[in-house]
Every structure is written in structure tokens, then in C-alpha cells.
Design a binder for this molecule. Structure first.
Ligand code: HEM
Length: 688
């Protein structure tokens, strides 16, 4: 199993709770947002990768208990940068996260939010997959169907997770098109995704938050402090998970210029607040504007409303990445500067963000200190007796001496530097304690705020203590991954616009089709994303013709075909891959059914196999995803309104749907019979 560890076994006295509460109060009091030089999307890339590395899942431990050892803690993630939070244990063990082809990851659909023509329809591939009707409890219906619910803790991290799902799926498509056999597709895609991810963490993410000289030192000269010559699987040091890497909490903003709707200049206004990013998530909120986000049964939407889809061009800097056409319509959001302040809303976390939703039982009231993120971090440090900043300085210096680098000793922060100007409200004894036994997380943040580039405000990055812990743990976590950049020194990224460079902006351009407007689908100037160009989810209704090709076609539609052929007497292995045996079975079926025997599964063959039904008004009414898709396409093409008052298509073929079919048929010169058959579906571009 995965383990926590510690770099330094502390001998320092523990801070008392009262002091930690007072420090947390200052840290979360009215921090003005301010701007760092780091585009705000990197905050949530940081949260995403943190969830790839570490997760304390210890049970039966009362919050506040002291004297907890690393051995008593349960680590729920492999402390390697291997994307287990994305892939789970892989398709063989966790097929629920995958399409039926067991190669691509599932995506979800947003729900039409009906404000203007940009958001008035469901968009596949723009929300995480959600449990919906698969949930065993109604409280779980909105839960994301992904390996780690923390990746749906706020909308920004949820959309980041979605970007990685899409990235994987697009890499699968590219490899398939380049001839990779379907049996190898998943593993080859995972390898490419993981190597590109690790490359971008080392070259794009780390140097933005850690002093680049330290990153360079660790990746060129190796580790000195943490598991220096360790073999085997890495552990997760508490100095990282409870200390240094919680640095990201200081980067979180109070408000974001989120997209064309939620922006100071947007259609709806300046509501891209952190609070709303919680509300429009499944873990901390209800994907709906509700009076009580802490009650998982409240609210109307069960999927993300379409008008909340992220505009990536406002979260990452595409101009810096060499794509001026993707300059934001307003401006790039920047993360808060790395310092000891946390934005105000983090004083009152939603209960779901720390697993404390309890609709049937007692609630933790607002303003309770257990809702304060700074207090939780500091108290967590006390619980596990985390070494202090000063002890880490000593440990780093000893480690440097140990490797013959005594000339590179680091200097601890001074009392004045640690206390700054903010802690006048503490008693002299408390100030003394804080200055001499500084909680590691606090120390690392203060160090960053002083580590400015050329004295310019907002440029602080992790320094001698924080930077070394973070860079060394990343190094070990890459080394310890089954797929590892360090084991592939010749690897050079190939998926970006420029060979050998791969930034988050490149990853997003692979994951989303910028020319179809997918990076900012709500922007007035962007083309309306075409439903067909989106990656298919399990609710796939846009269909393509299936045939034997090189490389082989793979997908859930092929699996459905194989199952239908088996029902008709064939004996195919349902592997989702259209090979020679599948083609032979198709030909045999076509021969028996008086169809043209060409081995190609077009509309007629599909209808004959029951893979597609005629949609018509009948009793009992037809219902299903195919009807929902038909309704969405009809409303778009005919202006006949089919959504209900909540902006939903009900997926039931009733008289109004028939009217819309007739309207479309009349306008397209088709026989007006109200039945959505092959020609009508083709007119709506719902078939390939
Ligand atoms: C809105 C954004 C975020 C919220 C609401 C949030 C909230 C939380 C909460 C409630 C915890 C558990 C606290 C405890 O009881 O000990 C936690 C843990 C943690 N957070 Fe965040 N966080 C956010 C973003 C980030 C970011 C951006 C980073 C880093 C870049 C980060 C790094 C961590 C780490 C390393 C842990 C410890 C995980 C473990 O080992 O279990 N968080 N966060």
C-alpha cells in the first residue's frame, strides 16, 4: 500500500490551538486579490496534480487529535505523478470510468441553460461524466463519475480534470489514426499522456511556482534531502502534503473573469466568484444556484449548466504560448501572489469540500474554525507533529554537507521577516513562538513572498525551503512512476505546436478543437461548436458509418454493432474494434437481409440490426437519448421551442416534437410524414 513518511522527526514543542487559530484568522482576513505573474489556470493544475499525488484517507481520526504518526495515516493515492486520479486502476479494474471500448475515458454533457444561442443546448464533452441514474442514493446523482471526487470540488479543478480526459481521448484518436492496433491503444496513449504531463510539470508548471534555479539544480544534480538514494516506490512526506504543497491555497482568487457570461463585461455579470465555482461543482455544491449548497438534495440542475463552461483563454496565456488568435476577449486572470494571505471565502469552506456534508445530522455552523482552510492546514500540522520551518533549514543544510556541498548552506528567515507587519495582535509570547517554531506551511509562504524577482511585486516563488521540498518530491514522484520521464531521457514532446515544447496551452489545444470554438464555446465571436466534432460520450447519438479500415475503427458504436450481430447469430468477441471477423459477420447479415453486401454499416444496415430506430409519435411514447438529441437538433434548426421551463429537453417524442419534425421536413424538401427516419436524421446532421 501507499505510505506517508516524514523527512524530519521534529523535536520542537507543538504550537497550541489558540495560537494557530489567531494566525489563521490573520491569514484569512480580507486579503485583497492582487495579481501574481502566474496565469490563474495554473492554480487548478496545481490542485489537480496534488490530487494525483496525495490523499489522506485515514478513518476514525478526530480532527485535532495530536501525536499522529505517518504509520497511522492512510495514503489513498500512489505518491507518483502517474495520473491515477485520472485513470483509476485502469480499464480492466475500473471499467466504469471508461467508454465501452475500454480505451477512451468517459465525458459528460452540460445542460442547456437557455440564456442565448450559445448556451441553449446540451453540449457533450464539456462537463465531467456524472453518476445520474446510476447513483444508488439520490444524494449521489450529481457526483462526478471519476476516480477522485476532490477533482469536482470546484468548477475550475473539475474543468481541468475534464481537459485531461479529453486530452487522453484525443491522443487515442491520433494514435489510432496513425495505425496503433486497438489492443495496444490504451497503454500507448497512457504512456504518451503521462510523459507529456510530466514534461509540462517540470518545464511549464514548476518554474512558475518554484525558483527556477532550484528546479534546475534538483533535476540536473539530483535530490539531496528526500529519499536521496531510495529504491522502489516513493512515499509521500508530510512536509509536502501538510506543509509545502498547500502553497496553492494562497493562489486562489476571490473572483474570476470566468467566461463570456460571468465576467465584469459579460452577459450576466461579475459572478465568476470562488463561491460560485464551489456551487457549480458536484462535491461542494449542487451544480445549481441553491440557497443551501451544503444540502446535496437541493437545486434543479444535475449537470453543469452550459453557461458555466470554462473559457480557457482567460485562464492560460495563449499569446505567451505563441497563439495570438487565442488572446482572451477581456484579459487573462492571474493567480493571487504567493504569500501568507488566503482569500476571504476560504475562511468558510463549503462542507462538501472537506467531506463534512451531513444533511440528516448536525452541521458544522458557518464561521466555525473547522471551516477555515488556514486553520485546518495549521491544525493538521500540529496533529502530525510537523517539523518547523527552522528544522527544515537545518535538515537541508545537513543534507548539503552530507553530499559535499557545504558551501551552499541556506540561511533561515529572520524574526522580522517571519513576523512581518501583520501579527501585532498576538501576545509577545505568541509572537516569540511563531518566530522561532514557525509552522512549515506558513514558513514556506512567507519565504515565497520575500523571494521576489528583481524586487517586483507579485513575482514571489517558493525559495530555499519550500522550493527544495517541492522540487525534490516532484523528482521522486516522476522517478517512481511506472511511466517516467526520468527513465526516458530522450523523450521530447511531440504533441505541441512546436516540437520539443509542451505547455498547458498546448495540452488544451490538443484536448479542444480551437478552430471549432471549443476553448471558449460561449464567446460571441467563437464558432458554435459542432456537436459532431465533440468527443463521444456514452450518450453518443451522432453516428458514423462503420467499415473495415486501416487503422481499425474502435469505439462503443463498434461494440454495440458486435453485440447486435451476436444477437443475430454471429460469435464475435465484443472488443469494440472493427476487424476482419466483424466485417465478415456484417456481410453475412447483409446477405441474409437482402441488403447490398458491402461490409459497410450505413443507415440501412443499422436500422435492420435494430441499432437505430425510426423516431415517431406513437403510444406508448418513445423516450431516450436519441430523442433528446433529436429535440436539441430540431430546436436549433427549426426554432420550434422544445425545451421545458427549466431549459431541459425531456427526451420524449410527443406532439410538439412531431410538429418540429414536420417543420424541418417541409423546409428541407423531404416527405412530410413526421417520422424521423434516415433522411430526416441526415438533414439534421445526426448521422454520418
Ligand atoms: C478552491 C481550491 C481549494 C480548496 C477549497 C482546497 C481545500 C482543501 C481542503 C479542505 C483540504 C483538506 C484540509 C485538511 O483537513 O487537512 C486540502 C488539502 C490539500 N490541498 Fe487544497 N484546496 C484547494 C486548492 C488547492 C491547491 C491549488 C493546491 C496546490 C497547488 C492544494 C493543495 C493541497 C494539498 C497538498 C492538500 C493535502 C492533501 C492530502 O494529502 O490529503 N489545494 N485542500
Amino acid at each position: 500500500m501507499f505510505r506517508f513518511s516524514e523527512i524530519v522527526n521534529t523535536t520542537s514543542p507543538l504550537p497550541d490551538e489558540e495560537l494557530l487559530e489567531a494566525v489563521a484568522e490573520v491569514m484569512t482576513s480580507q486579503a485583497p486579490d492582487g495579481d501574481s505573474h502566474i496565469p490563474a489556470g495554473y492554480t487548478y493544475l496545481g490542485q489537480f496534480l496534488d490530487h494525483d499525488l496525495t490523499r489522506d484517507v485515514t478513518k476514525n481520526l478526530t480532527f485535532g487529535t495530536v501525536g499522529v504518526t505517518p504509520e497511522q495515516l492512510e495514503q489513498g493515492r500512489s505518491p507518483a505523478l502517474d495520473l491515477d486520479s485520472l485513470y483509476g486502476a485502469g480499464p480492466a479494474i475500473n471499467p466504469e470510468f471508461y467508454e465501452t471500448d475500454r480505451i477512451r475515458l468517459r465525458v459528460g454533457s452540460t445542460k442547456a441553460s437557455n440564456f442565448n444561442d450559445k448556451d441553449n443546448r446540451d453540449l457533450r464533452g464539456f462537463d465531467l461524466p456524472r453518476l445520474g441514474s446510476l447513483a444508488s442514493e439520490p444524494t449521489d446523482a450529481r457526483k462526478a463519475h471519476i476516480p477522485d471526487q476532490r477533482n469536482d470540488e470546484n468548477l475550475a479543478v473539475a474543468q481541468t480534470h475534464l481537459a485531461f480526459i479529453r486530452f487522453h481521448n484525443r491522443v487515442c484518436e491520433r494514435l489510432s489514426a496513425a495505425g496503433t492496433p486497438s489492443a495496444q491503444l490504451f497503454e500507448r496513449a497512457r504512456e504518451s499522456v503521462t510523459l507529456h504531463y510530466q514534461w509540462l510539470l517540470v518545464h511549464d508548471y514548476l518554474p512558475r511556482i518554484v525558483d527556477p534555479a532550484i528546479v534546475h539544480d534538483v533535476f540536473r544534480r539530483g535530490r539531496v534531502l528526500f529519499e536521496r538514494q531510495a529504491q522502489g516506490f516513493p512515499t509521500m512526506p508530510l512536509e509536502f502534503s501538510v506543509g509545502a504543497f498547500r502553497l496553492g491555497h494562497s493562489m486562489i482568487r476571490d473572483v474570476y473573469d470566468w467566461n463570456a457570461f460571468f465576467s465584469p463585461e459579460g452577459d450576466i455579470g461579475d459572478f465568476g466568484t470562488l463561491f460560485n465555482l464551489f456551487i457549480f461543482s458536484g462535491t461542494s455544491g449542487n451544480l445549481s444556484p441553491t440557497p443551501d449548497p451544503d444540502n446535496p438534495l437541493d437545486g434543479e440542475f444535475e449537470r453543469l449548466p452550459s453557461n458555466w463552461i470554462a473559457d480557457w483563454t482567460r485562464l492560460f496565456d495563449f499569446v505567451e504560448a505563441g497563439v495570438p488568435e487565442l488572446a482572451p476577449e477581456t484579459a487573462v486572470n492571474f493567480a493571487r501572489p504567493l504569500d501568507i494571505r488566503l482569500t476571504d471565502p476560504l475562511k468558510n469552506l463549503p462542507l462538501g469540500s472537506f467531506g463534512a456534508r451531513n444533511p440528516a445530522g448536525p452541521q458544522i455552523p458557518r464561521d466555525d474554525k473547522r471551516r477555515n482552510l488556514a486553520f485546518r492546514n495549521l491544525l493538521r500540522g500540529r496533529m502530525v507533529s510537523l517539523a518547523t520551518g527552522q528544522e527544515l533549514v537545518a535538515a537541508i543544510n545537513a543534507a548539503l554537507v552530507g553530499v559535499g556541498r557545504s558551501g551552499e548552506q541556506i540561511t533561515p528567515l529572520s524574526r522580522t521577516e517571519i513576523l512581518g507587519t501583520e501579527f501585532g495582535t498576538l501576545s509577545p509570547a505568541q509572537q516569540d513562538f511563531l518566530a522561532t517554531h514557525t509552522p512549515l506551511w506558513f514558513y514556506v509562504l512567507r519565504e515565497a513572498s520575500l523571494n521576489l524577482i528583481n524586487g517586483q511585486p507579485g513575482t514571489g516563488r517558493l525559495g530555499a525551503v519550500g522550493g527544495r521540498i517541492v522540487a525534490e518530491v516532484f523528482h521522486r514522484a516522476i522517478e517512481g512512476s511506472r511511466i517516467s520521464l526520468l527513465a526516458n531521457p530522450g523523450f521530447s514532446p511531440r504533441l505541441g505546436a512546436v516540437q520539443g515544447v509542451f505547455r498547458m496551452a498546448d495540452l488544451l489545444q490538443v484536448a479542444y478543437d480551437a478552430s471549432a470554438g471549443e476553448l471558449r464555446p460561449l464567446s460571441p465571436a467563437a464558432p458554435r461548436p459542432s456537436l459532431q466534432s465533440l468527443p463521444s460520450g456514452d450518450q453518443q447519438v451522432v453516428v458514423r458509418n462503420l467499415r473495415l479500415t486501416t487503422p481499425l475503427l474502435v469505439g462503443s458504436d463498434v461494440s454495440a454493432l458486435q453485440r447486435a450481430l451476436n444477437r443475430a447469430g454471429a460469435q464475435l468477441v465484443v472488443d469494440g474494434s472493427f476487424g476482419a471477423l466483424t466485417e465478415a459477420a456484417v456481410r453475412q447479415w447483409q446477405g441474409r437481409s437482402d441488403l447490398v453486401v458491402d461490409g459497410v454499416v450505413g443507415l440501412r444496415t443499422r436500422f435492420s440490426l435494430g441499432l437505430q430506430r425510426l423516431l415517431r409519435l406513437q403510444s406508448p411514447r418513445q423516450r431516450g437519448d436519441d430523442v433528446t438529441a433529436l429535440q436539441g437538433a430540431l430546436e436549433r434548426e427549426t426554432q420550434v421551442r422544445l425545451q421545458d421551463a427549466d431549459g431541459r429537453f425531456d427526451g420524449v417524442f410527443g406532439p410538439r416534437t412531431e410538429l418540429a419534425v414536420r417543420t424541418l421536413q417541409g423546409a428541407s424538401g423531404l416527405l412530410v410524414d413526421g417520422i424521423a427516419g434516415p433522411l430526416t436524421l441526415r438533414a439534421l446532421e445526426l448521422v454520418g
